[in-house]
Write a protein that binds this ligand. Sequence first.
Ligand code: ZN
Length: 263
Amino acid sequence: MIIDFHTHMYPEKIRERAMAAIPPPYRPAIDGSRAGLIRSMEINGIDLSLNLPLVNTPRNARGVNAWAQMENHGPIRMLGSLHPEDPAWKENLQWVCDQGMPGLKLHPEYQLFTFDDERFFPIWEACEEKGLFILTHAGFDICFQPPFKTDPEKLAAFHKRFPGLTLVLAHLGGMKMWDDVEKYLAGLPVYLDTAMIDENWITPEQMTRIIRKHGADRILFGSDSPWMDQGSSLRFLRSLDLTEKEKAAILGENAAGLLKIDC
Ligand SMILES: [Zn+2]
Protein backbone atom coordinates (compact mmCIF):
# COMPACT_ATOMS: atom_id res chain seq x y z
CA MET A 1 0.00 0.00 0.00
CA ILE A 2 1.31 3.41 -0.95
CA ILE A 3 0.29 6.38 1.19
CA ASP A 4 1.18 9.97 0.40
CA PHE A 5 1.25 11.60 3.82
CA HIS A 6 1.54 15.21 2.65
CA THR A 7 -0.87 16.61 0.05
CA HIS A 8 -3.01 19.70 -0.37
CA MET A 9 -6.25 20.42 -2.16
CA TYR A 10 -8.46 23.46 -1.99
CA PRO A 11 -12.18 24.23 -1.85
CA GLU A 12 -13.44 25.27 -5.28
CA LYS A 13 -14.10 28.88 -4.29
CA ILE A 14 -10.50 29.59 -3.31
CA ARG A 15 -8.71 27.06 -5.51
CA GLU A 16 -7.57 29.39 -8.29
CA ARG A 17 -6.33 31.98 -5.81
CA ALA A 18 -4.43 29.31 -3.90
CA MET A 19 -2.84 28.01 -7.09
CA ALA A 20 -1.67 31.50 -8.07
CA ALA A 21 -0.05 32.15 -4.67
CA ILE A 22 3.15 30.25 -5.45
CA PRO A 23 5.97 32.55 -6.62
CA PRO A 24 7.66 31.91 -9.99
CA PRO A 25 9.59 29.93 -11.15
CA TYR A 26 7.67 27.30 -9.15
CA ARG A 27 4.52 25.90 -10.70
CA PRO A 28 1.92 23.51 -9.33
CA ALA A 29 2.02 20.01 -10.84
CA ILE A 30 -1.78 19.59 -10.81
CA ASP A 31 -4.82 21.86 -10.42
CA GLY A 32 -5.33 21.67 -6.63
CA SER A 33 -8.78 20.02 -6.84
CA ARG A 34 -9.93 16.77 -5.23
CA ALA A 35 -10.57 15.27 -8.67
CA GLY A 36 -7.09 16.31 -9.83
CA LEU A 37 -5.47 14.68 -6.81
CA ILE A 38 -7.43 11.44 -7.30
CA ARG A 39 -6.37 11.37 -10.96
CA SER A 40 -2.74 11.86 -9.99
CA MET A 41 -3.03 9.04 -7.42
CA GLU A 42 -4.44 6.69 -10.05
CA ILE A 43 -1.68 7.51 -12.53
CA ASN A 44 1.03 6.95 -9.90
CA GLY A 45 -0.42 3.93 -8.08
CA ILE A 46 -0.98 5.77 -4.79
CA ASP A 47 -3.69 4.17 -2.64
CA LEU A 48 -4.30 6.90 -0.10
CA SER A 49 -3.45 10.57 0.28
CA LEU A 50 -3.50 12.49 3.53
CA ASN A 51 -4.59 16.05 2.97
CA LEU A 52 -3.41 18.92 5.15
CA PRO A 53 -5.78 21.87 5.41
CA LEU A 54 -4.69 24.95 7.35
CA VAL A 55 -6.63 27.30 9.60
CA ASN A 56 -4.82 30.52 8.66
CA THR A 57 -6.83 32.78 10.96
CA PRO A 58 -8.87 31.89 14.08
CA ARG A 59 -12.19 32.87 12.56
CA ASN A 60 -11.77 30.22 9.84
CA ALA A 61 -11.36 27.33 12.30
CA ARG A 62 -14.91 26.02 12.08
CA GLY A 63 -15.23 26.45 8.31
CA VAL A 64 -11.90 24.81 7.46
CA ASN A 65 -12.46 21.86 9.79
CA ALA A 66 -16.05 21.35 8.60
CA TRP A 67 -14.78 21.28 5.01
CA ALA A 68 -12.05 18.82 6.03
CA GLN A 69 -14.61 16.55 7.63
CA MET A 70 -16.76 16.65 4.47
CA GLU A 71 -13.79 15.64 2.30
CA ASN A 72 -12.62 12.90 4.67
CA HIS A 73 -13.66 9.83 2.70
CA GLY A 74 -12.57 7.44 -0.03
CA PRO A 75 -8.87 7.53 -0.97
CA ILE A 76 -8.40 10.93 0.67
CA ARG A 77 -8.06 11.33 4.43
CA MET A 78 -7.96 14.70 6.10
CA LEU A 79 -6.23 16.20 9.10
CA GLY A 80 -7.88 18.96 11.08
CA SER A 81 -6.20 22.25 11.87
CA LEU A 82 -6.16 24.80 14.64
CA HIS A 83 -4.93 28.37 15.05
CA PRO A 84 -2.95 28.74 18.29
CA GLU A 85 -4.42 32.24 18.85
CA ASP A 86 -7.98 30.91 18.63
CA PRO A 87 -9.81 31.77 21.88
CA ALA A 88 -12.10 28.78 21.17
CA TRP A 89 -9.22 26.35 20.59
CA LYS A 90 -10.46 23.87 23.20
CA GLU A 91 -13.85 23.53 21.58
CA ASN A 92 -12.38 23.31 18.07
CA LEU A 93 -9.79 20.75 19.16
CA GLN A 94 -12.51 18.61 20.71
CA TRP A 95 -14.57 18.86 17.52
CA VAL A 96 -11.65 17.62 15.39
CA CYS A 97 -11.10 14.81 17.87
CA ASP A 98 -14.80 13.84 17.87
CA GLN A 99 -14.73 13.49 14.06
CA GLY A 100 -12.02 10.86 14.39
CA MET A 101 -9.37 12.89 12.56
CA PRO A 102 -5.93 11.65 13.66
CA GLY A 103 -4.02 14.90 13.89
CA LEU A 104 -3.62 18.60 13.23
CA LYS A 105 -1.74 20.51 10.54
CA LEU A 106 0.11 23.63 11.65
CA HIS A 107 2.27 26.07 9.70
CA PRO A 108 4.06 28.59 11.95
CA GLU A 109 4.98 30.90 9.02
CA TYR A 110 1.36 31.39 7.91
CA GLN A 111 -0.01 31.24 11.44
CA LEU A 112 2.63 33.58 12.90
CA PHE A 113 3.62 31.65 15.99
CA THR A 114 6.56 29.72 17.40
CA PHE A 115 6.62 26.45 19.30
CA ASP A 116 8.57 27.95 22.20
CA ASP A 117 5.73 30.37 23.03
CA GLU A 118 4.52 29.27 26.47
CA ARG A 119 1.04 30.73 25.90
CA PHE A 120 0.35 27.78 23.61
CA PHE A 121 1.75 24.99 25.79
CA PRO A 122 -1.75 24.01 27.04
CA ILE A 123 -2.72 23.28 23.42
CA TRP A 124 0.17 20.88 22.94
CA GLU A 125 -0.58 19.24 26.28
CA ALA A 126 -4.20 18.74 25.18
CA CYS A 127 -3.08 17.20 21.86
CA GLU A 128 -0.83 14.81 23.75
CA GLU A 129 -3.63 13.88 26.13
CA LYS A 130 -6.11 13.24 23.30
CA GLY A 131 -3.59 11.30 21.21
CA LEU A 132 -3.71 13.73 18.27
CA PHE A 133 -0.45 14.09 16.37
CA ILE A 134 0.85 17.40 15.08
CA LEU A 135 2.15 17.71 11.55
CA THR A 136 4.04 20.95 11.12
CA HIS A 137 5.86 22.67 8.34
CA ALA A 138 9.61 22.73 9.02
CA GLY A 139 12.38 24.95 7.70
CA PHE A 140 12.62 27.03 4.52
CA ASP A 141 9.41 27.88 2.67
CA ILE A 142 9.36 29.28 -0.86
CA CYS A 143 6.66 31.81 0.11
CA PHE A 144 8.55 33.33 3.09
CA GLN A 145 11.84 35.04 3.86
CA PRO A 146 14.29 34.03 6.60
CA PRO A 147 14.57 33.95 9.55
CA PHE A 148 12.18 31.00 9.59
CA LYS A 149 10.03 30.22 12.60
CA THR A 150 11.01 26.55 12.63
CA ASP A 151 14.34 24.82 12.17
CA PRO A 152 15.75 21.45 13.25
CA GLU A 153 17.26 22.81 16.47
CA LYS A 154 14.03 24.52 17.57
CA LEU A 155 11.93 21.49 16.64
CA ALA A 156 14.23 19.17 18.58
CA ALA A 157 13.78 21.46 21.62
CA PHE A 158 9.99 21.35 21.13
CA HIS A 159 10.07 17.56 21.06
CA LYS A 160 12.15 17.49 24.23
CA ARG A 161 9.66 19.81 25.97
CA PHE A 162 6.73 17.53 24.94
CA PRO A 163 8.22 14.04 24.56
CA GLY A 164 4.83 12.32 24.72
CA LEU A 165 3.38 14.36 21.84
CA THR A 166 3.60 12.63 18.45
CA LEU A 167 5.28 14.99 15.99
CA VAL A 168 5.41 14.70 12.22
CA LEU A 169 7.91 17.20 10.85
CA ALA A 170 7.46 18.02 7.19
CA HIS A 171 10.34 18.28 4.72
CA LEU A 172 12.57 15.90 6.71
CA GLY A 173 12.40 18.24 9.69
CA GLY A 174 13.92 21.29 8.02
CA MET A 175 13.65 22.16 4.32
CA LYS A 176 17.07 23.18 2.98
CA MET A 177 18.60 22.80 6.47
CA TRP A 178 19.87 19.28 5.88
CA ASP A 179 23.10 19.50 7.90
CA ASP A 180 21.11 20.68 10.92
CA VAL A 181 18.60 17.85 10.40
CA GLU A 182 21.51 15.42 10.71
CA LYS A 183 22.88 17.27 13.72
CA TYR A 184 19.74 17.92 15.80
CA LEU A 185 16.90 15.68 14.66
CA ALA A 186 18.02 12.45 13.03
CA GLY A 187 17.48 9.63 15.50
CA LEU A 188 14.95 11.39 17.75
CA PRO A 189 11.57 9.63 18.14
CA VAL A 190 9.69 11.97 15.79
CA TYR A 191 8.36 11.29 12.29
CA LEU A 192 9.86 13.07 9.28
CA ASP A 193 8.01 13.34 5.97
CA THR A 194 9.67 13.67 2.57
CA ALA A 195 7.41 16.39 1.13
CA MET A 196 8.81 18.59 -1.63
CA ILE A 197 12.20 16.87 -1.58
CA ASP A 198 13.88 15.50 -4.68
CA GLU A 199 17.32 15.69 -6.29
CA ASN A 200 16.84 19.42 -6.94
CA TRP A 201 16.86 20.07 -3.20
CA ILE A 202 19.14 17.41 -1.67
CA THR A 203 21.76 14.94 -2.85
CA PRO A 204 20.58 11.30 -2.82
CA GLU A 205 23.59 10.52 -0.62
CA GLN A 206 22.60 12.97 2.10
CA MET A 207 18.92 11.95 1.94
CA THR A 208 19.90 8.28 2.38
CA ARG A 209 22.27 9.14 5.21
CA ILE A 210 19.54 11.07 7.05
CA ILE A 211 17.02 8.25 6.60
CA ARG A 212 19.50 5.66 7.87
CA LYS A 213 20.54 7.75 10.85
CA HIS A 214 16.92 8.53 11.71
CA GLY A 215 15.54 5.04 11.11
CA ALA A 216 13.32 4.19 8.12
CA ASP A 217 10.52 3.23 10.50
CA ARG A 218 9.91 6.91 11.26
CA ILE A 219 10.09 8.31 7.72
CA LEU A 220 6.85 8.97 5.83
CA PHE A 221 6.56 9.35 2.09
CA GLY A 222 4.96 12.69 1.22
CA SER A 223 4.94 14.63 -2.03
CA ASP A 224 3.48 18.08 -1.20
CA SER A 225 1.19 17.72 -4.23
CA PRO A 226 0.03 19.91 -5.98
CA TRP A 227 3.28 21.85 -5.38
CA MET A 228 5.28 18.80 -6.38
CA ASP A 229 4.40 15.93 -8.69
CA GLN A 230 3.50 12.73 -6.81
CA GLY A 231 5.17 10.65 -9.52
CA SER A 232 8.53 12.42 -9.36
CA SER A 233 8.51 12.31 -5.53
CA LEU A 234 7.90 8.57 -5.68
CA ARG A 235 10.61 8.03 -8.29
CA PHE A 236 13.16 9.93 -6.20
CA LEU A 237 12.40 7.91 -3.10
CA ARG A 238 12.49 4.61 -4.99
CA SER A 239 15.85 5.54 -6.53
CA LEU A 240 17.55 5.85 -3.12
CA ASP A 241 20.02 3.24 -1.97
CA LEU A 242 17.67 1.65 0.61
CA THR A 243 16.43 -1.90 1.06
CA GLU A 244 13.01 -2.95 -0.24
CA LYS A 245 11.92 -3.41 3.37
CA GLU A 246 12.92 0.15 4.22
CA LYS A 247 11.15 1.49 1.14
CA ALA A 248 7.95 -0.42 1.96
CA ALA A 249 7.99 1.07 5.46
CA ILE A 250 8.49 4.61 4.15
CA LEU A 251 6.00 4.34 1.29
CA GLY A 252 3.07 3.05 3.33
CA GLU A 253 3.56 0.89 6.39
CA ASN A 254 4.64 3.67 8.75
CA ALA A 255 1.78 5.89 7.59
CA ALA A 256 -0.77 3.08 7.95
CA GLY A 257 0.39 2.60 11.54
CA LEU A 258 0.00 6.30 12.37
CA LEU A 259 -3.39 6.48 10.67
CA LYS A 260 -4.45 3.13 12.16
CA ILE A 261 -5.23 1.63 8.76
CA ASP A 262 -4.87 -2.10 8.01
CA CYS A 263 -2.77 -2.87 4.96
ZN1 ZN B 1 2.83 21.17 2.25
